[in-house]
Design a protein around this ligand. Structure first.
Ligand code: MGD
Ligand code: MGD
Ligand code: SF4
Ligand code: MO
Length: 726
């Protein structure tokens, strides 16, 4: 079967693939309808409701899928899920078209043309898996396991992906976290000894949001909590160079100069400390390093911060007093994707210090129950082989504070390009679209060109799949099982609502097949997906049948921790406002001003930021969401446009140190005059995305790679561009 696939044939292929049933392996997909009927979820004509989890973003809200005649016809929120509370966001409601996207890849594909040309032939699973395992083994034998790079963005089958990579023996694991929230995570680890505290809005009276655009960059539960707080009259101060939907809902919008949030927070710390407006008892009982912090910040006056941030000294002083008056009921939100500048780690340290000195632990902040799967079981497996090879991204020798497992993805990519400290030869990618999500797309394509072999697991022909040698089709989230996800005192189930289309298979199945072919079967000791879930459920004493009916099982409860009981997992066992560990490594021990670079007078800061109708670089081909998406335009301030002689709707050329792009202009007051903004997720390269291809421009073409030396985060607002009429 050597069919060459052109763009036109692509849809035909997807349909044709579902006809060819290939018998492979030991764990065939479950007969969904039959199983659901036996559990009483579907009636005799195959209609009913199945509880499962959304996967349109990483928040994974609980959902209820309405099934009719073997098709999902409607998705609703599961009222018992702590994220969705019975409601899904627009992306979640559009999840049907994730499954019924006409561009779904429904059979394994093997490249036959040049990379990026989009010519593939269909293959059986046996052929594709043998090929992938064979290439991986050959790379390992010739160059060592470190020559194979693995990358994946947070997903439920990731523990099995990690089994594959660590059992294979590679240190090179790239995740989205350095593009996302490493700055926050590493600052929290250095301050509190935990990745991310839980935030409760129940007792909040004052909220300071630093670029956390919760009304568009949605996390359903927290977006709802913020909305309720606003309804209840809680004051919300929002810092963002753009007037976003959150700015529109906030009590006060402060269009701060990009990269200067650190100065703003240092000035707040100075006022609270100099005027003794902090929680003395909490500070003396639970923290170390207050004296060093007080000494450091005393020089950061509101007047000093005003000329840096563009926010007046009066406003800064007023906000400091309001924040202090709310005391332990005040929240300085540390944001998620605050990796805006190379000083983001320092900014995050200042934010953690502000929360600490008002003593909001136990009122607003709590230790995270997280996604700890401790109470769940897992198949037994041998220990991983010892990995002695260096990572390609310089963690830990160049980046001593980046946790080994998180790594820094953009540096890993540069390590590939520069063969530093050695040449990588293969790349295994799952549920990730690095061609668009990494900064500087031409560098990412260069890294791809260095590879002897690239394999991608996806559900559609995303840009990364388009540039791969083998594409392995995962069943969509409405068609498959995944490992259980603990949320609070429950473990939630993803189960198939409908049969997987074509030859698509769960990742649990795909990784096991590859593991077995690589002689690593001991790391995949489950017969099929249901067996894996039963092994997870065994210690909890709950049955899979119960999970299928309710969509979750109860987990053993842990009591709530008050501030006195929090287990600060830091070197001192307390909250570290000053860190000896950081100081010993030659970094500032506490939050200290670090001057960010600035654009030249004829340049702009290039901002990026989420919109409610899309998730990252993976949903633009969803036909429902596409219908409701805005046209992508380059936002430019009215005054700036006038001074360049540009008008609304003009086509412009945008140039950075990394590349060039073209866009139509949106002239607006909703952005600072020194900034421009592009919505990410446009400018797809894959012609296999028949809905999204050819629309808009890719902001990653422009992004220059800059890495925060402490947290390893990519500085996504630190790209400066010039704009002229095209
Ligand atoms: N609808 C939707 N929701 C999502 C996602 C999605 O793709 N779509 N993605 C999810 C993920 S993975 C994440 S990480 C979160 C991200 O959640 P957020 O971090 O809230 O989202 P972003 O839009 O990346 O960035 C927020 C804002 O930061 C502003 N900004 C840029 N530079 C600066 C600066 O220097 N200072 C300040 N104060 N602001 C600045 C931008 O203008 C932008 O409006 O959203 C999650 N939720
Ligand atoms: N310019 C710019 N760059 C950014 C950001 C930005 O705002 N602007 N945001 C940054 C942030 S916060 C993050 S988190 C990263 C995210 O960027 P990535 O980590 O690359 O993640 P996504 O873009 O969400 O890519 C998800 C991929 O998974 C595929 N997919 C969807 N469902 C499934 C499934 O069920 N199974 C499998 N196997 N695949 C599936 C999609 O088709 C898509 O190809 O990007 C970062 N980069
Ligand atoms: S926030 Fe929206 S897209 Fe994300 S999991 Fe929830 S419903 Fe799905
Ligand atoms: Mo993210």
């Amino acid at each position: 079967m050597t069919e060459i696939i052109s763009r036109r044939d692509f849809m035909k292929l997807s349909a044709a693939a579902s006809a060819a049933a290939l018998a492979v392996g030991s764990c065939l997909p479950p007969q969904v309808a039959q199983a659901a009927r036996q559990s009483g979820l579907l009636n005799s004509s195959g209609d009913g409701f199945i509880h499962s989890m959304c996967e349109m973003c990483v928040w994974r809200c609980g959902l209820v899928a309405k099934v009719k005649d073997g098709r999902v016809v409607k998705l609703e929120g599961n009222p018992e899920h702590p994220h969705s509370h019975g409601k899904l966001c627009p992306r979640g409601q559009s999840g049907l078209m994730n499954t019924y996207d006409p561009d779904r890849v429904l059979t394994p594909l093997i490249r036959v043309g040049k990379r990026g040309e989009g010519k593939f032939r269909k293959a059986s699973w046996d052929e594709a898996l043998d090929l992938v395992a064979g290439k991986m083994q050959a790379i390992k034998d010739q160059f060592g396991p470190e020559a194979m790079v693995f990358s994946s963005t947070h997903n439920l089958s990731q523990p099995l992906f990690e089994n594959l990579l660590y059992a294979y023996g590679s240190p090179n694991y790239g995740t989205q976290r350095s593009l996302c929230f490493n700055a926050m995570i590493v600052a929290n680890l250095m301050t509190y000894g935990m990745e991310e505290p839980e935030r409760s809005y129940e007792n909040v009276q004052y909220i300071l949001l630093t670029g956390r655009n919760l009304m568009e960059a949605i996390s359903t539960s927290e977006t709802r909590d913020l909305s309720h707080a606003i309804d209840n009259g809680v004051k919300v101060v929002y810092l963002d160079p753009r007037f976003t939907k959150t700015a529109a809902k906030a009590s006060e919008w402060l269009p701060i100069r990009p990269g200067t949030d650190l100065a703003f927070h240092l000035a707040l710390l100075a006022i609270l400390i100099n005027e003794k407006l902090y929680d003395v008892a909490f500070v003396s009982e639970h923290t170390v390093g207050f004296e060093q912090l007080a000494k450091e910040v005393s020089r950061y006056t509101p007047e000093w911060a005003a000329q840096i941030t563009g926010i007046s000294a009066e406003t800064i002083t007023r906000i400091a007093h309001e924040f202090a008056a709310a005391g332990k009921h005040a929240l300085a939100h540390n944001g998620w994707r605050t990796s805006n500048f190379v000083n983001s780690f320092a900014t995050q340290r200042a934010i953690t210090a502000l929360n600490t000195i008002v003593g909001n632990w136990g009122t607003i902040l709590f230790p995270s129950a997280g996604e700890e799967s401790g109470a769940l079981g897992a198949p037994s497996q041998p220990p991983y082989p010892r990995i002695s090879a260096l990572r390609l991204d310089g963690v830990p020798w160049k980046f001593p504070f980046v946790p080994l497992k998180l790594g820094t993805f953009q540096e890993l990519r540069d390590g590939i390009c520069n063969a530093d400290p050695y040449q990588a030869h293969g790349w295994f990618i799952s549920r990730q679209n690095p061609i668009l999500s990494l900064p500087d797309r031409s560098k990412t394509l260069e890294a791809f060109s260095k590879m002897d072999f690239i394999v991608t697991v996806d559900i559609i022909m995303n840009d990364t799949a388009w540039f791969s040698d083998v594409v392995l089709p995962e069943a969509s989230y409405l068609e498959r099982y995944d490992p259980l996800l603990p949320v609070g005192d429950k473990a939630f189930l993803r189960q198939p609502a409908v049969e997987p289309q074509g030859e698509s298979r769960s990742a649990l199945w795909i990784y096991k097949q590859l593991g077995e072919r690589l002689g690593l079967g001991d790391y995949f000791q489950y017969t099929d997906e249901e067996d894996y879930l039963r092994q997870q459920l065994a210690p909890v004493g709950a049955s899979l049948e119960e999970a299928k009916v309710k969509g979750y099982v109860e987990m053993p409860k842990e009591g709530p921790e008050g501030p006195g009981e929090v287990d600060w997992n830091t070197a001192s066992g307390k909250v570290e406002l000053y860190s000896e560990t950081l100081a010993r490594a030659g970094f500032a021990g506490c939050a200290t001003w670090e001057e960010p670079p600035q654009p030249a007078s004829d340049q702009f800061y290039l901002l990026t930021g989420k919109v409610a109708q899309a998730t990252q670089f993976g949903t633009q081909n969803n036909q429902l969401l596409h219908k409701y998406s805005d046209e992508q335009r380059l936002w430019m301030n009215t005054q700036a446009a006038a001074s360049l002689g540009l008008a609304d709707g003009d086509w412009v050329e945008i140039t950075s140190q990394a590349g060039k792009a073209h866009s139509q202009l949106l002239v607006t007051q909703a952005i600072r005059p020194d900034c421009v903004y592009l919505t990410p997720g446009y400018g797809h390269l894959s012609k296999g995305l028949t809905t999204a291809y050819g629309i808009g421009t890719c902001d990653s073409v422009l992004h220059v790679t800059y890495t925060d030396p402490i947290s390893g985060s990519q500085a996504l607002s630190q790209t400066f561009v010039s704009v002229k009429k095209a």
